[in-house]
Design a protein around this ligand. Structure first.
Ligand code: CDP
Ligand code: MG
Length: 860
């Protein structure tokens, strides 16, 4: 019997291997065990052990512990080349020397913060230290670690790496779980998952039964999910004194986390990086001698640029336009001012899409021609941007040749296969250059060792609150200086490196923020409030959120609750979820978009609504160059349907899909003629897919698990062609954004209709205009008395941008609280919109509303 005398002997065996203590006493204690240096003997003992286990829970844990101890010993004894190489790599990491300290710190305190430079071995090693310490103590079978990751791709790639380091297949001791996908088994002791997965697990399993350690990784990113998780865990720690919490952070503001957990101990792992030289745009332009070849064109179409930092962008645009007026394009500017500031400012004001790619490609071409062989890491702002640059690089002969026909040119994103993901970490053969194009996932979550060049566009995407639409929007902007520092540091892991910053120094110093604002301060809080209600039905949301590391402002919480009440997710006067609220809490999208999607799924018009919902969550696909504005307006109006901007986007999207099916050339011609941006349309297509996936996961699509089966739900697209229904669903999503059409102008009275909305505080009314970019701008007579809109923008006047004419019935059905007026035959909605409504109709509508609520209720 290889196991010898049970746990004690096993513990001795493992302790012996672990500390490499070869004392005679220890050798005697292990006399009847397999030689700890003999992998074959250990493996055969392991096989016997596995065959024998499986009984009741305690015995099972014992057997599991023995199995794990043997497996660990076998791994340590293994002389397999790959295993040995990985073992040696681990031992070289700065964190390796701290393994006892890490284990001791966590032994001695319920909460510990572990901080260290990116790449020092927090994510991959700290969980293993804990796992191995427990295994060596004969408790391997009784431990269960969960390690959260901010992104799907880090959860999967780290799990894969850790399994490989342990010489195991993924899904055995080490597994992962992300939305819609998991690799884990009963033997899994260390689970990497996204923060969202753990948050959802807490809904059904608030005590995290069975889990012994929670490790929250990348806490410094201060995502809403991770900040929220910390509140929940803080509460849970009081209830489960045996649960350990480890917060892992890059060296950014780590003291704040210790403070949040009653000054818990912080363990700092010192890192080492080589110096990295930084070049700004001005230096890069000098070095590469590159100028945009379509300078003049670009200059003329120069708008506000990609920066939402209003002042800087505005100024840059002015400078650019002035320059364009005075000189014939960039060449003239260059001749006059060299690569000085005016030139740089002018460049930033150009069409940033086009410019950024060409600039990045030029920088890569230059790097590819340098003599050294280091890998290159490029930071782009998102998946689409990555893909676009990737395609551009493949068309570039220099870059293509340098990366061996593009074989070592890698676009790093979450839909890469595991095999492709692995190439990212491999070393290319001599003379071949590895170029990895990534988003900020490569900033701290993923470390690619051999990088010596970083090309940084300084851009990132973040979610923000849009006061125009009261929605959250994904906005591209300059990243923070802290991010820029992190990105630069990625070039100095193995040797001195160089960081090409493709933005000017003044922008770095004067425009970029020092730190990114925590997400809780930037985004609307409706989703968070719903989640709180789901977890703590009886706790007031404001009181709960006051316990966050950075409590959101009180007004923001109140605004969120009011908005939730208005859209019908929270019961009026009580902080309780309605059935709709319960569903929305399960859909991680803006609540208005979620409401629209849920209604579309119930009413059977999902396909068109997916497009509309994606479109209102993205930037408009219609482009309108200054000098061709009229032609662009005509093109846009050709898509108009039923006095609706939303249906116009839908029509444009559908025509684009058809043109695309006819090939690249047809697509390009169609988009040019119709003034449509392919990139924006692709973004909409991408978001559509994501929404669809989320709905499927929440059980809203046919055949979904659990929810709604046999509840009489329509097939998702039974009524996809019914535009009146689509409009009604739009009302469900956009309410309370309603304008009343006053004096709709009898036919031909020549007067423009007057539009009235409620002010933001809901207390009074204001007159609004339809924005010239709307297909309804010139509409003289609306065929119904109301418009729903997406955004209200205040400049010298108040404008409605995208709007759709809708009738009274959808408003009565989906638009807020209906009350009978004193005068017979009228009803009002939310005490504002007054509609004529015969009693019979009112009764019928009330019944329909009740049936709809019933459907929602049935699906919970
Ligand atoms: O979390 P932290 O940034 O401290 O480091 P880590 O993610 O644990 O990575 C430690 C080291 O593991 C890296 O420097 C890489 O050498 C290696 N690693 C790898 O080769 N492949 C991976 N998928 C992950 C990490
Ligand atoms: Mg990490």
């Amino acid at each position: 019997d290889a196991g010898g005398d049970g746990p004690a002997a096993l513990a001795a065996l493992c302790a012996g291997v672990c500390t490499a203590d070869r004392s005679a006493a220890r050798r005697r204690a292990m006399a009847d065990l397999p030689d700890v240096h003999d992998e074959a003997a250990l493996r055969s003992a392991l096989a016997e052990e596995s065959a024998g286990s499986g009984a009741g829970s305690d015995a099972h844990a014992e057997a599991e512990s023995r199995r794990m101890a043997l497996a660990l010993a076998a791994w340590r004894a293994s002389d397999n080349r790959k295993t040995a190489a990985l073992r040696a790599q681990r031992e070289r990491l700065p964190s390796w020397g701290f393994r006892d300290a890490v284990v001791a710190a966590i032994e001695g305190s319920q909460v510990v913060v572990v901080s260290g430079e990116t790449g020092c071995g927090k994510t991959t090693q700290v969980p293993q230290f804990l796992l191995d310490a427990a295994t060596d103590a004969g408790r391997g079978g009784r431990i269960e670690l969960i390690c959260t990751q901010p992104r799907r791709i880090s959860a999967t790639s780290v799990a894969q790496r850790v399994a490989a380091e342990r010489g195991e297949a993924l899904g055995e001791t080490v597994g992962y779980q992300i939305r819609m996908e998991a690799r884990r088994s009963a033997a899994t002791r260390l689970l990497f998952c996204t923060t969202g997965v753990l948050l959802r697990r807490l809904i059904g399993d608030p005590l995290l039964a069975g889990t012994t350690h929670v490790l929250v990784d990348e806490v410094h990113e201060r995502s809403l999910d991770s900040d929220f998780l910390l509140v929940l865990l803080k509460e849970l720690l009081a209830q489960r004194r045996d649960l350990k919490l480890v917060l892992m952070s890059a060296t950014v503001n780590e003291a704040a986390f210790s403070g949040y957990f009653s000054n818990c101990p912080t363990l700092q792992i010192p890192g080492f990086t080589f110096p990295v030289k930084e070049l700004y745009l001005e230096d890069v332009l000098q070095a590469t001698r590159w100028t945009p070849d379509r300078g003049c064109d670009c200059l003329r179409s120069g708008g506000g640029g990609g920066s939402s930092k209003g002042a800087a962008a505005g100024e840059a645009a002015r400078v650019a336009q002035q320059a364009a007026a005075e000189h014939a394009g960039l060449e003239a500017l260059r001749a006059r001012g060299g690569y000085g500031e005016p030139m740089l400012r002018a460049m930033r004001a150009l069409d940033p899409e086009k410019l950024n790619y060409e600039l990045a490609a030029a920088a890569l071409r230059w790097v590819a021609a340098q003599r050294d062989g280091g890998a290159v890491l490029v930071f782009m702002s998102g998946l689409m941007e990555i893909t676009k640059l990737y395609e551009l690089c493949l068309q570039d002969s220099t870059i293509k040749a340098a990366t061996r026909q593009g074989e070592w040119l890698i676009a790093l994103h979450s839909s890469l296969s595991s095999a492709e993901q692995q190439t990212v970490f491999e070393r290319p053969p001599d003379g071949v250059r590895k170029i990895v194009i990534a988003t900020n996932i490569a900033e701290t979550s993923i470390t690619i060792d051999d990088v010596t060049w970083v090309v940084d566009l300084g851009r990132h995407k973040e979610t923000r609150y849009s006061p125009q639409s009261h929605m959250q929007l994904l906005v591209e902007d300059w990243c923070s200086r802290a991010s820029a520092r992190q990105r630069r540091g990625r070039a100095g892991r193995v040797a001195p490196g160089t960081c090409l910053r493709l933005y000017p120094r003044w922008l770095h110093d004067g425009v970029m923020d020092e730190h990114q604002v925590p997400e809780v301060r930037r985004v609307p809080l409706e989703g968070l409030a719903l989640h709180v209600k789901l977890l703590r039905p009886h706790a007031p949301v404001a009181a709960f959120l006051a316990a966050m590391m950075e409590p959101p402002p009180h007004e923001a919480v109140t605004a969120a609750l009011n908005a939730l009440t208005t859209i019908g997710a929270v019961v009026r006067g009580r902080e309780a979820l309605t059935p709709l609220g319960v569903h929305l809490a399960a859909l991680p999208v803006d609540v208005r978009v979620g409401k629209m999607l849920v209604h579309a799924a119930i009413l059977g018009c999902l396909d068109p609504i997916l497009t509309v919902a994606a479109a209102i969550s993205s930037r408009s696909p219609f482009v309108s160059p200054l000098e061709r504005r009229e032609a662009a307006d005509v093109a846009k109006r050709s898509f108009a349907r039923e006095q609706s901007d939303h249906l116009a986007v839908l029509a444009a999207y559908q025509d684009w899909r058809e043109a695309r099916a006819d090939g690249r050339a047809a697509e390009r011609a169609f988009c040019t003629d119709s003034f449509l941006s392919v990139r924006a349309l692709e973004g909409i297509a991408d978001l559509r897919r994501q929404f669809q996936q989320l709905l499927a996961e929440a059980g809203f699509l046919g055949g979904g698990r659990g929810r709604g089966r046999g509840c009489g739900w329509e097939a998702a697209d039974a009524h996809a062609e019914n535009m009146r229904l689509v409009k009604a669903v739009l009302v469900a999503g956009l309410y309370p954004n309603v304008a009343r059409v006053d004096g709709a102008g009898g036919a031909g009275d020549g007067k423009k209709p007057k539009l009235i909305t409620r002010t933001a505080d809901g207390k009074s009314e204001e007159a609004v205009q339809i924005h010239p970019c709307s297909v309804n701008f010139a509409t003289a007579r609306f065929n119904s008395r109301y418009l729903v809109y997406h955004e209200k923008v205040q400049t010298s006047q108040v404008w409605l941008r995208d709007c759709t004419a809708v009738g009274a019935l959808p408003l009565l059905l989906f638009g807020g609280e209906v009350s009978r007026q004193a005068a017979a035959g009228t009803v009002s909605i939310d005490g504002w919109l007054k509609l004529d409504c015969p009693l019979k109709v009112a009764v019928l509508l009330a019944e329909l509303r009740a049936r709809l609520d019933g459907l929602l209720q049935a699906k919970i």
